[in-house]
Each structure stands twice: as C-alpha cells, then as structure tokens.
Design a protein around this ligand. Structure first.
Ligand code: NI
Length: 399
C-alpha cells in the first residue's frame, strides 16, 4: 500500500513533464513509419532517465527501453503508439500542430508522454521494482499493416510474460477508465474496387457503359450486406469511404474507383462479408456490362483481452480510482494493432477517459479539432504501472 501511494506521488510529480512532453509532440507530429525526429527525441529522454537499455530502429522508427528492477520478477511489457495522422490541425491552442496537414488527432502523443512518465518513474525506483519492464514506443499504429508486427519480429516480446496498453478515449469522461474481457476492438479489412465501363457522349448513353451508374448501384447494393447477410446478433460494418469518377457534365465516365472498410469480430462473418462484396461487384458489373477488379487487404485482427488480465484490470482500477470510475466497455468497431501482441502474450488493452468540455476535449478521435484532458495522462501512467506491478507481485509470490 505504501508503495502504491509513493508511485502515485511520483507520477503526480511527473505530470508537468508529461504535459510539456505531450505538447512538444503535439506541435511536431510525424506520420506512420516516418517518426524519425519523434523517435530520436524519445530515445534521448529515455537515455537521460538512465534506462538500462534503449534500443532504437525497432520496426523502422520504434524505440524500446528496458528497466531492470533490483528484485526478481517477470518481464512485463507496456506499449505506447507514437504516430500522427494526415489531418490539418484546426484547434486554437498554443500547442497546435506546426506541421501543415499532420496532426496528433488520436492522442498517441499523450500515450507516448505517459509512457515516458512511466519510464522516468521506474528508472528512479529500481530498488522496489520486481523484474523487468520493457517499454515499447511503437511506430505506425494508424496504417495497415502497422508497426506491431515488426516490433514482434524484432524479438521484443521474447521472454515477456504479460503486456498492457492504453488508449485515451474522448467519448469517455476524464476520470473514468474502461475495459472488458474478450473482444474489445474489431477486425479491420479494406478494399479498393475499380469498375471499368466504356466512356462516351453524355447525350448518347446507349453507346456507352456508364461506370458511375454501375458504381452507384454497387454502393446501394452493399448497404444490405450487413442487414440481410449477417446474423443480427453479430457486429459488422461496411463503409464506402471514397468514390471517384468522371470529368465533365457531358461525358459518360469510363472508370469508377471506390474504396471502403469492413469491420467485424467473427471470422465467419468476416469471410461472409468479403464473399458478398465480391458477389455484389460481379452482379452489378454483369448487369451493366462493365468489368471490375477488387483488391482486398486483410487488416488488423480483433483485440481480444485475456479473461484473467481483464479481471486484474477491474481489481486494480477500482483500487486506484474507486468503483464509480471503472466501467465495462462495449466492443468498439475501431481497430488496433495491439491485437497482434495479445495473440502472443496474455494482456489487457484499456481505455482511459479523456473527454472534458471544460478544456475543449469534446471532439471525436481523428477530428481536426481533437484534443484531450491532459489529466488523463496521469491516469494512464498510474494504470500501466499498477497493472504491471500487480502482475509482477502475483508472479513473484507464486514463485
Ligand atoms: Ni489511436
């Protein structure tokens, strides 16, 4: 208990640093796999804290820090993602992005700052630390395939007994935390469809094959995949995110290009949706006399929390923040490459409420005015440390 209070005080003392770090990162965002300055900056800080090892160039632009405690215990990994998004920052804050068209619009800057706080804490508390902490600053969470696969291929999970990660989440009010056992985030697949018709004069449509009409029929048709071909009790989403065709009012478009995303949890549903999309493209193009090519990209698997580790989350979080602050989250149709870590090592992915109207943190993730309640970083850091230490104490007392 005494150690718990000390940890909370240490992390609270680091809060001004975490805030400054987050704002620095927020002003200098970098896109997925291009986080060169970000990763050099992270590595510099980790070295200054006196971490036992700082490994750079992991999966390209990732950084991994190792801190070994003076007491025996397991290796526990904690992960933050470090990349930003191709969005123009439209906030009116002194720390808004200085890079045109690039913005930390998902809170990864705060994940990074919180994990730096955790590193500084552990590096100064080796005498009470049981086992090893491996802190993963992962590149490229926002693209498919993301950075997690490369981190795993680099051997970073070797010897790791458990892994934990957080996502700050503005739909949840600041002060709350949430997670759940089993699946919490969806599988994400993407597709590109190119429909090729036959261009011609807008006044003589009978001599053409209209790619826009075929594309529109396809978009209408796929809206029924979820409602008519998927078990109503199974979550699924099909969204068309882009549709490009044509050049002028009096020209029939020869080509129409569409792209979309599919979100599911169940492997059978995932395959069923893919089949129905393919069949829709075939049927529409046969009807119109067009041709098509469909390019399908398998994205991240679902994020599935270990049952026991989710139980640990509820116990640890209630101890830290009180019963009223802890929620069971409903599965989200967003996706996360933390999924790959959880396929190999038991662990838990957790959400930390970051929404607060008083500080303008009311916008959804990936919005040009996105911002967070920075106090959420302290909660994130406390939760990560408490989960890792709880696991390590349990493992040490069982040994
Ligand atoms: Ni994110």
């Amino acid at each position: 208990m005494r150690r718990g209070t000390e940890t909370a005080e240490n992390l609270e003392r680091l809060m001004p640093d975490m805030t400054a770090w987050r704002r620095h990162l927020h002003m200098h965002p970098e896109l997925s796999f291009r986080e060169e300055r970000t990763s050099a900056w992270i590595a510099e800080h980790l070295a200054a804290f006196g971490c036992d090892e700082v490994r750079t160039g992991v999966a390209g632009t990732g950084v991994v820090a190792v801190i070994r405690g003076e007491r025996p215990g397991p290796v526990v990994a904690l992960r933050a993602d470090i990349d930003a998004l191709p969005i123009q920052d439209e906030k009116d804050a002194p720390y808004r992005s200085t890079v045109p068209g690039v913005m930390h619009a998902c809170g990864h800057d705060a994940h990074t700052a919180a994990l730096l706080g955790v590193a500084a804490h552990y590096a100064a508390a080796r005498d009470s630390l049981a086992g090893e902490r491996r802190l993963i600053f992962q590149p490229a969470e926002e693209v498919t395939p993301g950075g997690a696969i490369g981190v795993i291929e680099a051997g970073v999970l070797d010897g790791v007994s458990a892994i934990y990660g957080v996502h700050l989440w503005t739909p949840l009010p600041s002060g709350t935390v949430a997670s759940a056992p089993g699946p919490v985030m969806a599988t994400e697949d993407e597709f590109d469809l190119e429909i090729r018709g036959k261009g011609g004069h807008g006044g003589m449509p009978h001599e053409t094959v209209d790619a826009i009409a075929a594309g529109a029929a396809f978009v209408q048709g796929v809206q029924t995949i979820v409602s008519r071909s998927v078990d109503p009790l199974e979550p699924a989403v099909v969204s068309i995110g882009s549709f490009h065709a044509g050049t002028a009012a009096n020209i029939i478009a020869e080509v129409c290009r569409l792209s979309g995303t599919v979100r599911t949890f169940d492997a059978t549903v995932r395959e069923r949706v893919r089949e129905r999309l393919q069949a829709s493209a075939e049927a529409v193009c046969r009807q119109f006399g067009a041709e098509f090519s469909l390019d399908w990209r398998h994205g991240y698997p679902p994020v599935v929390n270990d049952e026991r580790e989710a139980e640990r989350f509820f116990a640890v979080a209630r101890g830290l923040f009180g019963d009223a602050a802890v929620r069971r989250i409903r599965p989200l149709m967003t996706s996360e490459d933390f999924a790959y870590y959880l396929q190999r090592v038991p662990g838990c992915f957790m959400f930390v409420g970051a929404g607060n109207a008083e500080c303008g943190a009311v916008w959804p993730h990936h919005h040009p005015r996105f911002d967070i309640d920075e106090r959420a970083m302290l909660q994130a850091a406390r939760l990560l440390v408490a989960m890792a230490d709880h696991y390590a104490e349990e493992a040490s007392s069982a040994a």
